[in-house]
Design a protein around this ligand. Sequence first.
Ligand code: ZN
Length: 137
Amino acid sequence: MLRRLLTQLTVLITVAIFLGLFLTRFGISLFISIPLGIILQFGVYYAYITALSAFVELKNKQLENERIKEFSLQGLEVTCPCALKKKEFIPVVLNTDNKYTCNFCQKNVSVYIVPETALMTEPLALAPVPSVIPMPE
Ligand SMILES: [Zn+2]
């Protein structure tokens, strides 16, 4: 811990001295350029940390959105069979026994998924319309 702090301080002061020596070529005194170098390094570090935390926050939001999306694909809104008949959204996984605890009556509830089939119908707009043949007069 102390060793790391000393290393960072050494790097900070070394970079500040080199920056100070560089700025003396432009007629700026070492008493001004070295503190300026230290402040500049803190500024760069602050900008780096701010950008990094913004990036991490953005990445976390993306992951959270993906998780919500995934969850919404595999969930169902079910009604508890208790007297309260409260609706809840629960995650559903097809290859396991699905159960949950009702948040209102605190009872354990099993969820059965019953697949049903139905014939698909074509929308009327796509079905061919028979042409009207005019009656002979
Ligand atoms: Zn309930």
